[in-house]
Every structure is written in structure tokens, then in C-alpha cells.
Design a protein around this ligand. Sequence first.
Ligand code: NDP
Length: 444
Amino acid sequence: MNSSDVLNDLRRRFPNEPEYLQAVEEVLTTIEDAYNEHPEFERYNLIERLCIPDRIFSFRVSWVDDKGRVQNNMGYRVQHNNAIGPYKGGIRFHSSVNLSILKFLAFEQTFKNSLTTLAMGGGKGGSDFNPKGKSDMEIMRFCQAFVAELWRHIGPDTDVPAGDIGVGGREVGYMFGMYKKMAREHTGTFTGKGIEFGGSLVRPEATGYGNVYFLLNMLATRGIDIKGKKVAISGSGNVATYTADKLLQLGAKVVTMSDSNGTIYVPDGLTREQLDYIFKLKNIYRGRIREFAEEYGCEYFEGGRPWGVKCDIAMPSATQNELDGDDARTLLANGCIAVSEGANMPSTPEAVHEFINAKILYAPGKAANAGGVSVSGLEMAQNAQMLSWSAEEVDKKLKDIMANIHAQCLRYGKQEDGYVNYVKGANVAGFMKVANAMMAQGIL
Ligand code: NDP
């Protein structure tokens, strides 16, 4: 394979999909050497079959708002690859959702799921529905209309969706309820469900906690203690808040959080009471992070991102391409020693280049945020057995999985000078398993 030939061909065929092309480019350029050691892969044109999704469903979602007006959104499910298990990946509700974003997420998910060591393929779905400002009833009607179409394409052994941006426990509950009604079955078709109807303990916490566990593994390679370290987090949703929660438990200082309107800055670190306030603000009152600054009188950067403040560690946990080359240079100049991604592809290629060039600890999302889908996999296992495991049991498995992902990154990403390129490590490790499974199953 010549990665630039493959990329040029994909650019010609999918010219309007920049995020998808960005994600593919990052993977192809790092796996090229490993791929080319296996001439049989090339004979079966494996790379193209791995880059192009198995299938994509797109559909109109019509629903009625509280004023009685009929609203129409687009719904999608990208089933990317099921070589190692059923398609698995979240559902995103955000006005920016389009096929480029979902294809990049489904592609990334395939490698991430492979790294978890669990039997899960890769998929992703969502809608350009904007949940902001919608009433609970509107959210419910939208979720039901979305699943009225989607349910035909998913199932416990086929495709298992979960949450993502704009989709948390409430939305998963409504979607699962509708699925159950349409399919007339109560199975583990969604993950992130409520505890009362098949959800797993520690699933809400899993992505954030998992990212911190991964970070601890990285820091250990350099003998660095997390205690007292200043951490800049972006976002204030599921991933960001549970990242902050675990960091506080470990004695680190969380100095920023944000939303799409701005960033709060607390130089001495959030207190537990302040984090609880953010949790309530976001999950119960569905307010803005600005309200935290008003309540506690801290600094607030309207429209600003967290990356300009002094910190030791950055954990971008909001959305793709939220940290660019300039942000990376500012972080490095301010003494940042580690970046561990909670979001998917939050750093632009230029930013990634800066981090790797500076040889700081840098973990890409597909490794560092894999804890969420890992506990989703554990939820599927519990559902299949009709059992539920204790929080301690799930948390222990999560820690082991993150340590295992870290070990795979070391195995494939350690350079001659000892520096660990986690991007390469994660991509090659994730790729080899999927590639071998695809080879064994023939051309499909
Ligand atoms: P949530 O919807 O719970 O939170 C998203 C947060 O990011 C909110 O604070 C939101 O602010 C902010 N945000 C969203 N879009 C933008 C944007 N365009 N610009 C600036 N801020 C933005 O989502 P999650 O916490 O679940 O997901 C966050 C990231 O983590 C995503 O990249 C997701 O793919 C990834 N991820 C999530 C997993 C999970 O288990 N939930 C698993 C693995 C990865 P606002 O409220 O203003 O929109």
C-alpha cells in the first residue's frame, strides 16, 4: 500500500468529508509499514475495505414540537466494520452532525473497539437534531421517531448503539424504550441504559475514569505523580465531568472546564462542592458554564477555549478539532507535559505533530477514551448472562482494560530512542486484529 495513493483516491471519491479524510489519513500514515510487511493484505485490497464502511443508513426523522409544528431532521447509522464483533458505537445528537463526522467516528471506533480486547466491531450514528432548549417531551418524541426507523437495523448481535454528544442516560432510556416496543424484545441492544433495566454500574463514569487510568499508566512510564498536578479539561458533559471527578479523587487540580460558549478558569483547582455544582448545572438544570462563573465569581473567557492557561496536563473532552497547532504551542510553552484525549480526534493534525515532536506524553482518543465502550462491552456481557456485576468488579475490569490498551501502545509504539508514539501504537495494534479477522473471513 502506498498511503498517499489510497488517500488521493478517497479524496476524489469523498471530497466533502474532511473529518473522515482526516481520521483515515492519520491511521494510514502510521500503519503503512506494518501493513506492507503483509503482502497478503495488499492482494486482498484490505485497506480499501477497511476504510470504506460496510453500509450506511440515512433517513428522515419527523416529529412534532411542543407548539404543534412538524420538525424534520436527518438520521444516520454508519455500520463500519463487524469483523471482530457486532457493530458498536454511540449516537450523537448535535446540529453539526453529518456523514463526514459520523464516518470519521465509526472509522475511529473500529480501531478503538479492537484495542479493548472485547468482541465489538465499529459503528456510529446520530442526527442533526439540536437538543439544546428542547423540553423533556420533545426529546422523548424525537428519540422515539429516530428509533422508529433505526430499530430495523440494530439488535443485540447486530449493532448496539450507546450515547455520545447530546445523548446521555435520558436519551438512551427513551430510545431503548421505543426499540423494546418495536422489536418486542428486552435485550442488550443499547448500552448506557438505566441500572433498573440492564445498565451497568460505572458506565456513566467509564470514559472519564478510563481516561484518567490511561493517563496514570502514561505518567508511570516517567515516574510522575498525578497529585497536585494542574489539569485543563474542556467540555462539561459526561466525559469531562467524570474525568474531573476521578482527578479530584486522586488529588489533582482541575483548573478549567468549558462548553460551546466559554471557559471557566479556577487557578487553584475546583473543589468537590464546585464540581457537584457543575454536575447539577449540566445534568439537571441543563444550564451554561457561564452560570458557574456567576455563582463562584471565577474568571470566565466568553467564547474562549481552555488551552491558554498554565497547566501540567491537558484533557480535551468536548469535541473534534477543538485544539489546534497554536493551542498546542501555547500548552507546550506553558510547561504542559501530557495530553490525554477524552474526546474523539480533539487535536488537529498540526497539534498532534507538535506534541509528538516535543516528545511529551500524548494519548489519542482511540486509546485514552476507550474506557466508555469497554464498559459498554461489559454491559453487553452482563445483559447476555442476565447478571449485574458490582461497581468494584466493573471498575477493576476497566482499570485492567486500560492497562492492557496502554501495554499494546507500548508494544507497537515504542521508538528506538525509547519515546512512545501512542498514536502509532494504538493504530497498529487496533489495525492488526481487525486485519487478521478480515483476512480469515474472506472477501465480503
Ligand atoms: P456531552 O454531550 O455529555 O458533552 C459534550 C460537551 O462538549 C459539552 O460541554 C458541550 O458543550 C461541549 N461541546 C460539544 N460540541 C462542542 C463544540 N462544537 N464546541 C465546543 N464545545 C462543544 O458529550 P460527551 O461528554 O459524551 O462527549 C464528549 C466527547 O467525548 C465527544 O468527542 C465524544 O465523541 C467523546 N466520547 C464520549 C464517550 C461517552 O461515553 N460518552 C466515549 C468516548 C468518547 P455544549 O453543552 O455547549 O454543547
